[in-house]
Design a protein around this ligand. Structure first.
Ligand code: PNS
Length: 165
């Protein structure tokens, strides 16, 4: 049983994340998408909202062979990964600029827990510039994000922004 954790903030999930999940499904029997509960950060969507959106958008992926589930965690990622009996942690790398930080984290995680492999995966080029941070910025300033996030996420972002105004 090859089980991977795909950790992150997913605030919100983008099409780039989904691309990584679909690719990860070719390598692992199970992927647990795990949202970090980070009290230090002021997120756009609550943990519950992010989990609900992810659950909705992965329904299609789950119809194939792949088994994907959603969870959240606090504290050290490697402790959480061990508690889930995971063999690997998946991280998406878009550009060289991601690599330096990701390498640092990967090596620290490996030092903390040598039994867990860190797997870097590349999304399709189409998504190589897409990040949750940019999506939020563009959207909040009135730009279009169609095609960068699932339609459900776009709808939820509109609703949230309307409520805030
Ligand atoms: O989507 P993000 O914000 O880039 O994800 C970052 C994440 C959640 C993978 C990273 O911040 C993390 O693993 N945090 C948990 C705390 C931890 O284990 N820190 C030590 C990392 S070496």
């Amino acid at each position: 049983m090859r089980r991977a954790i795909y950790p992150g903030s997913f605030d919100p999930v983008t099409n780039g994340h989904l691309d990584i999940i679909e690719r990860g499904c070719k390598l692992f029997d199970e992927i647990i998408i795990s949202i970090l509960i980070n009290p230090e950060k002021q997120p756009f969507f609550t943990i519950e909202e992010r989990m609900e959106m992810l659950a909705e958008v992965i329904k299609e992926i789950n119809q194939g062979d792949c088994n994907v589930r959603i969870d959240s965690f606090r504290g050290l990622l490697v402790h959480y990964a061990v508690s889930q009996h995971a063999n690997a942690i998946v991280r998406g790398i878009r550009a060289i600029s991601d690599y330096e930080y990701e390498l640092q984290m990967a090596l620290m995680n490996r030092r903390l827990e040598p039994g867990i492999e860190i797997v870097f995966m590349m999304p399709a080029e189409t998504y190589s510039y897409v990040s949750s941070r940019l999506v939020k910025e563009v959207f909040q300033l009135g730009g279009t994000i169609t095609g960068l996030v699932p339609p459900l996420v776009e709808t939820r972002m509109k609703e949230k922004l309307d409520r805030q105004r």
